[in-house]
Design a protein around this ligand. Structure first.
Ligand code: MN
Length: 219
């Protein structure tokens, strides 16, 4: 699968889809989770990606799929052990994304000490908007993101409220994984996550970012 990263004019085959959990204190609180001392990282398969205008498919395996609106970072330059001070130079663009989560399956996985790959990894569980070039966004901390469901505001957050900023997340992730061009990072969700239903329309918006709209359908 290729996704189009308009700022580069290239079709990039996404590699890793890194995701950060519990990166806003108010969301950690609503999940009754502790504030992490280091970024919580998990991965989604690239087959979960879904573009603007697509359909999120609710699988029969879950009765409780939640929306999590997030800022998504595209990596443009290979790097390992990137210093925080150089991290934003590895970011090629920013977009809106939605980390769809089968909350019932995730809760069960947490209870059993199992990974989140199933709860987070179904096809279409990673809606992703069009990227804005990083050069057009001088400071990602000034971005605000929000999500409307059927026209009603459900989530709203400021990137400045992240526990770990984009630079710290990129630096930390690169201490574990070699980051490659086309790698993506979903940077965590603010509070207000809730279940979606068949027929819902999700619209993510953000300052300086292109809207991302998807429809929800139960299969
Ligand atoms: Mn998330």
């Amino acid at each position: 699968m290729n996704i189009h990263l308009p700022m580069s004019g290239l079709k990039v085959r996404p590699g890793k889809v890194l995701c950060i959990g519990r990166n806003y204190a108010a969301h950690a609180a609503e999940m009754q989770s502790d504030i992490p001392v280091a970024p919580v990282i998990f991965l989604k398969p690239p087959t979960a990606l879904l573009g603007h205008g697509g359909e999120v498919l609710l699988p029969p395996a879950s009765k409780d799929v939640h929306h999590e609106v997030e800022l998504v970072v595209a990596i443009g330059k290979k790097g390992k052990n990137i210093p925080v001070s150089d991290a934003l130079n590895h970011v090629e663009g920013y977009a809106l994304g939605i980390d769809m989560t089968a909350r019932d399956l995730q809760s069960e996985a947490k209870r059993c000490g199992l990974p989140w790959s199933v709860a987070k990894g179904f096809d279409t569980f990673a809606p992703l908007g069009t990227f804005t070039p990083a050069r057009d966004i001088s400071d990602p901390r000034r971005l605000r993101i929000s999500l409307h469901v059927n026209g009603m505001l459900r989530q709203q957050g400021s990137v400045s409220r992240m526990l770990f900023g984009v630079d710290e997340l990129v630096a930390y992730a690169s201490s574990i994984f070699t980051l490659m061009p086309g790698d993506l990072m979903y940077t965590g969700t603010p509070e207000g996550v809730a279940a979606v239903e068949d027929g819902d329309r999700l619209v993510a918006t953000g300052t300086g970012l292109q809207d991302l709209a998807v429809d929800v359908r139960r299969i």
